[in-house]
Design a protein around this ligand. Structure first.
Ligand code: NDP
Length: 467
């Protein structure tokens, strides 16, 4: 049913003929976007697509072709290789200053439409490029694809939305969150809404708390230029983790159509805010030198390109409340840290204790837990069961299954939606603003020093629990 609904949606939308990547010489394009496109093209999901790259500096055709060739997976078979080579053979690179008046507009007119314009540019350049366009410069059917961060606070996100809305309708604007792969979204919704014995329990009567954790064992990895101005709260929580929270907490949608799904996400986020006082309900910290799996990691502030005075956090934790009848009083704890000792990427639903355990049982009586692991996507339940050899003694058992994962890379899934006109995975305008509305007061409190910046050694489990 889902498949036929999606097919019907696709047949109504006119498929994109040309993908224009602005910022084609950049890091995002090389590391994520082109390999994602290659996963889509080699799976034969973008036949006939033309790819055009553009950057500020000029590139020789052979330099562009080398970049394309490097994006093909090493294990591609003959058919997959032939499909990618067919796309590469017609692909060209242009030098273009997108902020120069009229340059982007004139260039758009030369392309076979409909065109999808992917702004893989520094955020302020993307904004300037959009502002340089007027509605008549943008041919009918054009789709605009914007990267994160979408604005830097609620006001700037609103302004950017207004600029975009003047150019194309909302359903032709794709605000990318590559973290939300289609597989992950449907895994969460499937777990919640396709299981009779889970859905009735996921509410304030039965759930004590929900944690959504994204701890990385990677440190800065040379990305100071971007990260030192963003920090963990903006980089991970404002965008990705709030979206996961919305999927974990939303009401059941009537269908998996983008309108129902994105309405559900928007409604639950509108009911959400970070609990106060922030000194108690938020934490920020920065890693110091340490070791991760034997690898030496320098102090964050000693990394090239870091300005210690920015006080950028590499660890952020916020406790949210969702003020509706399903979740009132249940804390949602969102946390993300870099350079942590263990990579931990999961959502955990922790249930309330039992009302009464029959007297006679001994051993552990711990709250049940439901865990969704991200990458690889897994579902597990931790339950109390009786022990081997002593049926009166309780012990913990974990039932785990691996969930469906997509054959496409995350950016392949993003581009699949863009090319076929499906905004399901795109962040809607109101949601983009609301996610900033949720974190803006915390960012302001932190910037005024109202919550201390703690530290933690790289390779540890984060700042000390009692700090
Ligand atoms: P880079 O700095 O690596 O690349 C920037 C690109 O923009 C270059 O291709 C550059 O061209 C081009 N550019 C700059 N100014 C102009 C201009 N006036 N006209 C035309 N092209 C211009 O940035 P990233 O690739 O790292 O990031 C791009 C976007 O993606 C950002 O919004 C970032 O936040 C987002 N993002 C990045 C991620 C990543 O892992 N890198 C992950 C998630 C999001 P030239 O080289 O010719 O100067």
């Amino acid at each position: 049913m889902v498949t036929s609904a999606r097919r019907a949606r696709r047949s109504r939308a006119k498929d994109i003929q040309t993908l224009l990547i602005l910022g084609a010489s950049g890091d995002l394009t090389g590391r994520l976007l082109l390999p994602g496109l290659a996963s889509l093209v080699t799976a034969d999901r973008a036949p006939g697509l033309r790819l055009v790259g553009a950057g500020a500096e000029s590139w020789t055709p052979s330099k562009w072709q080398r970049r394309l060739a490097k994006s093909l997976p090493l294990d591609a078979d003959a058919d997959a290789t032939a499909r990618w080579k067919e796309l590469a053979a017609t692909s060209v690179y242009h030098s273009l200053d997108v902020t120069a008046k009229g340059e982007l507009a004139a260039f758009l007119k030369t392309l076979d439409g409909p065109v999808a314009v992917f702004f893989a540019l520094p955020p302020r350049i993307s904004q300037a490029a959009c502002e340089s366009l007027s509605p008549e410069d943008v041919p009918f059917g054009t789709r605009l694809v914007l990267e994160k961060p979408f604005g830097s606070d609620a006001a700037s996100a609103r302004e950017l939305n207004e600029t975009l809305r003047r150019l194309v309708p909302e359903d032709h604007i794709h605000r990318v969150d590559h973290f939300l792969g289609k597989g992950m979204v449907l895994n969460i919704l499937g777990m919640r809404f396709a299981n009779r014995f889970l859905e009735p329990l996921l509410n304030r009567d039965h759930v004590a708390e929900v944690e959504i954790i994204f701890d990385e064992d990677l440190a800065l990895e040379g990305r100071a230029g971007y990260y030192d101005r963003a920090g963990a709260l903006r980089d991970m929580i404002q965008s990705h983790l709030l979206q996961i929270m919305a999927l974990m907490a939303m009401e059941p949608p009537a269908t998996l159509h983008e309108r129902d799904l994105r309405d559900g996400i928007a409604t639950v986020l509108r009911a959400s805010r970070v609990a106060t006082p922030f000194r108690k309900n938020t934490r920020r910290a920065r890693y110091t030198a340490g070791r991760i799996s034997g690898r030496k990691v320098p102090d964050y502030v000693a990394e090239e390109g870091v300005d210690p005075d920015r006080l950028t956090e590499t660890f952020a934790e916020v406790r949210l409340e969702i003020n509706n009848s399903r979740w009132s009083g249940v804390p949602f704890i969102l946390r993300s840290g870099k350079a942590m000792g263990t990579a931990r990427k999961e959502a955990v639903v922790r249930f309330r204790p039992l009302a009464h355990l029959p007297a006679g049982f001994t051993g552990t009586d711990e709250p049940d837990e439901l865990r969704i692991g991200f990458g690889p996507d897994t579902l597990s339940m931790t339950l109390d069961v009786t022990s081997a050899g002593n049926a009166f003694e309780l012990s913990r058992a974990e039932l785990t299954t691996e969930l469906h994962s997509s054959a496409l890379l995350p950016y392949g899934e993003v581009l699949d939606g863009v090319l076929h006109g499906d905004p399901l995975l795109s962040v809607r305008d109101d949601v983009a603003e609301d996610c900033w509305r949720i974190v803006d007061p915390v960012l302001s409190a932190w910037s005024h020093g109202r919550v201390p910046l703690e530290d933690y050694p790289a390779g540890s489990g984060g700042p000390a629990a009692d700090a």
